[in-house]
Design a protein around this ligand. Structure first.
Ligand SMILES: Cc1ncc(C[n+]2csc(CCOP(=O)(O)OP(=O)(O)O)c2C)c(N)n1
Ligand SMILES: [Mg+2]
Length: 358
């Protein structure tokens, strides 16, 4: 019979504030690990900030900003093995970079170019999921399949607070729990689903509480604390590998940027709360921790930034150097027997684009 563990009320934290709250430490992480985690955070932060600029320059399309979500992404992926599967939502679009995926691939995705669609098997990173929560059952199915094959690989699915109201979340979480599938359910609770606040999303006291309904553990972690996220995910991964099934991790943060480049949050968000969050953003917090520990020098931080900026410069250049895609691709793979109107639509599209399809 499923054992129902009580949801952990308190937020797990490792990083102190340099004043009254002391720094903790995570067992098993060497100095090299700590610096690699820093490099990952810088890579994601730089990717995000440069992407907003590229959007404004008209070089990528609408873009889902993940500023201040980096600790949740880097901390959790660092707890995985390379064979473990990642199921990202649009908020984790660049998570493949942490596995060595070229920046040009992700930038191409945001340019709507086919070069942005990778083979998930190449990176063990599933396609970026835009429909809310529909990837949770996919992740549950893959994880269950790995278990059936006797492999020790697990999967992690990333989704937002809003996603926990979706049927697909429920179906995926319930199925994975019943099958004891090796799945980590990672909720980035940034307290907004576009303009819908958490208070209008759920009557539950915490999202981690929902785990009790599935008979799995629910843990709450400070989503701005990369080390606490790492530790919570490492524990959840260990549970999956021990055959104990899924864990729901609720990583608490606050969205400090617009939902996406097409959003104007001034219509609904409290600007003071956003400013407070910005002052406490996750990369700065981690750099403070590493500096207090004597592990990070300003030169090393600058070198990590320079490396990431160069990666982005090369990435956007490579994405822009892709030859234009054939517009016919838009019409392919949707119908076994395409209706005749599609042929005339395609003809019209080619005409509008300049005859040669480009
Ligand atoms: C099935 C579905 N319904 C609605 C949308 C439109 N939509 C896009 S983002 C979003 C909010 C999701 O919020 P949350 O799950 O909290 O994730 P966050 O964007 O905050 O990371 C919605 C409703 C969608 N993409 N898919
Ligand atoms: Mg959200």
């Amino acid at each position: 019979m499923a054992q129902v563990l009580p949801a952990e009320r308190d937020l797990k934290r490792v990083i102190g504030d340099g004043e009254g709250i002391p720094d903790g430490e995570v067992e098993g992480l060497s100095e090299k690990d700590l610096l690699e985690l820093h490099r990952w955070l810088v890579l994601l932060r730089t990717y995000d900030e440069r992407s907003v600029v590229y959007h404004r320059q008209g070089r990528i399309g609408t873009y889902a900003i993940f500023w201040n979500h980096e600790a949740m992404q880097a901390g959790s992926v660092y707890a995985l093995e390379r064979e473990d599967w990642i199921f990202p939502s649009y908020r984790e679009s660049a998570i493949g970079l942490l596995r060595g995926m070229p920046a040009s691939t992700v930038l191409s995705w945001w340019r709507g170019h086919p070069a942005g669609w990778w083979n998930p098997r190449d990176w063990n990173v599933a396609s970026i999921c835009v429909p809310i929560a529909t990837h949770v059952p996919h992740a549950a199915g893959l994880a269950w399949g790995k278990k059936l094959r006797g492999e020790s690989t697990c999967a992690i699915a990333f989704f937002g607070d809003g996603a926990t109201s979706e049927g697909a979340f429920h179906e995926g979480a319930n199925f994975a729990a019943v099958m004891r599938a090796p799945l980590v359910l990672f909720c980035n609770n940034n307290q907004w689903a576009i303009s819908t606040p958490l208070s209008a999303q759920t009557a539950a006291e915490s999202l981690a509480d929902k785990a009790a309904g599935y008979g799995i553990p629910g843990v709450r972690v400070d989503g701005g604390d990369v080390l606490a996220v790492f530790e919570a995910t490492r524990d959840a991964v260990a549970r999956t590998r021990a055959g104990e099934g899924p864990t729901l991790i609720e990583a608490l943060t606050y969205r400090a940027a617009p939902h996406a480049t097409a959003d104007d949050p001034s219509a609904y968000i409290d600007p003071e709360r956003v400013e407070e969050e910005k002052r406490n953003e996750c990369l700065g917090r981690y750099e403070g921790y590493l500096t207090r520990l004597g592990v990070l020098t300003p030169e090393a931080a600058e070198a990590a930034r320079a490396e990431a900026v160069e990666l982005m410069r090369a990435g956007i250049a490579a994405a822009e150097a892709e030859p234009p895609a054939d517009p016919g691709l838009v019409f392919e793979h949707a119908y076994a027997d395409p209706p005749p109107s599609l042929a005339s639509d395609l003809q019209e599209l080619r005409r509008v684009l300049g005859g040669d399809g480009g």
